[in-house]
Design a binder for this molecule. Sequence first.
Ligand code: NZQ
Ligand code: ZN
Length: 386
Amino acid sequence: MNNFDFYNPVNILFGKGKIAEIKKHIPVGAKVLITFGGGSIKKNGVYDQVIKALDGFNVQEFGGIEPNPHFETLMKAVEVVKAEKIDFLLAVGGGSVLDGTKFIAAASCYKGDDAWDILAKRARVDSAIDLGAVLTLAATGSEMNSGGVVTKAATKEKLAFGSPLLFPKFSVLDPEATYSLPKRQIANGVADAFVHVMEQYLTYPVNSPVQDRFSEGLLITLIEEGIKAYDSETPNYDEYANMMWAATMALNGLIGSGVQSDWATHMIGHELTAFHGIDHAVTLAIVLPGLMTHLKDKRSVKLLQYAERIWNITEGSEEERKAMAIVKTEDFFNRLGIKTRLSEHNVGQETIDTIIKRFTDKQLLSIGMLPDVKIEDAEKILVDRL
Ligand code: NZQ
Ligand code: ZN
């Protein structure tokens, strides 16, 4: 196993009715800014619960944070934070609202000329406003990690940032807050969390049975509970609860500690969202089967382990087992109603050329964290997905 530091200070308030407890976790007298998205929280009762729970606090609101949050929108919130002297941010929504709020927290305290540098130049975050979260979509893990992804609409750049100062102080995970999700977002959540595990699992063995078996448990849970939740006519508490906890555990640092992670699928997927607005999880479901196919020999050991332990594939030659595991993975995404071919999203060779040019202009030595996905590999992976 590799050396690692593991630090995760997020206080998780899990279960039905937990929104009512947030008051205990916000400093007395804090001036709170509630941040949210396009309005789903006002239709499903979550907003009302939050307002009730904040009784007695000085509360302001900033709505309209879009999916794949825009830098331009978030900077408007930064102005509000500064003008109103906000000292606590409460993100109420999915990954986009949470990520956006982390960025607002950092940008509001940023001393440099241009807060975009936090993303483009990975400028260090030296201070940030405290934040908490009420999660309404199980997917990204943003509720229990310190990272985020922000898009500059003007230039179609989608970039990641992070800092230990951006861990939420607390996150409420009430499965009932996700009951109003449309099927498409349930499918997205399952697929995103699934790929988060794969990014930390399908690399190279380092003799890490704890991390491997945690990861395999999460993958199997996401397959079982995800399909049940996707198929259910009405939400079932336990299915949504298990899905929610699996998604949180998939990206809170635990399974990635001491192992080799990748993230090439995400790096390529972000470009597809940036240029075509394709849902984040859908981009991953498009790219991952291509990455698995392209790296089936280099990542053979973990791919065979995945085939056996996740899909019970034990018969046939190694080549056959690996090929079957890739087919099963894509079938799973399709089973959730996700279209996994670029052509199904009207994306052609032209976009691949644009993405590859951007990677080349940035002189990237590798796309993710491993040297086995270079720019030419990313191109082959994308061409395989046409
Ligand atoms: O904006 P509202 O009206 O709230 O509607 C949202 C949005 O349209 C809706 N929604 C959320 N909760 C709902 C609901 N609709 C009905 N009922 C509810 N309970 O769902 C739509 C999508 O929301 P969004 O927040 O964009 O989805 P998701 O949670 O998948 O977040 C995606 C963003 O997170 C980033 C992605 O890149 C993308 O920008 N990621 C963040 C990560 C992190 N911080 O660690 C890691 C991930 O890999 C990912 O990159
Ligand atoms: Zn993701």
